[in-house]
Write a protein that binds this ligand. Sequence first.
Ligand code: MG
Ligand code: MG
Length: 262
Amino acid sequence: MSNKVYYKTEEEIEILRESCQLVGKTLAEVAKIIKPGVTTLELDKIAEEFIRDNGAVPGFKGYGGFPNTLCASPNDAVVHGIPNCKPLENGDIISLDCGVLKNGFYGDSAYTFKIGEVSEEIDKLLEVTKESLTFAIQNAIVGKRLGDIGYAVQHHAESNGYGVVRELIGHGLGRNLHEAPEVPNYGRRGKGMILKEGLVIAIEPMINLGVRNVEQLDDGWTIVTADRKPSAHFEHDVVVRKGKAEVLSTFEYIEEVLKNKN
Ligand code: MG
Ligand code: MG
């Protein structure tokens, strides 16, 4: 990854918004059919078809050799899981991370879904992880620093007793899926690169119920927790603005579908 930071013009941000919104709509299509018994390969197929029907291409498929449209990471898998034909079970959680490329710009967003009924312990992990993303986004404003974003995630997660993954991090987003700067989910307030208008970043806390340590499986992709306890992951694409960050991606379509299923 080049160290060059590409600040986006308003025209570029509008194109990016379309890509980011398409990711949210794709995950909402997946949300419609996610339930115990369905396989992640089935979800992957729906996601790929929907993306192509909307004039875009999957952003992850072929990226670094990744074989699929979705990263499907259940339970103790943190990120980068490969879709397979194992049915999801009641009580599972699964992070579905999706990227698209449209009009030359990427969108990249992730949501952790509950399969049927999950335990209270896991429910809280998901809630706190999502909150940590919200707190991070509140810090993505002009004049703050990257360390403020990382601190916001780390402080909220750790004060709830969770482990914050350090080996994988958020990133700049634009014509490349991963651009500078790196956006860690840990940090110190007032440290790191100063945030300027037009910086577009993907913020993606990966929060573990147990220890923060992770390992990679022999498939060369899947990252799992070292203690094999569950992990949650939410990701939004955000523009740094004065006073209030602008979120380009969306969970609205997903949550509308989930609400109507219950
Ligand atoms: Mg992602
Ligand atoms: Mg990302």
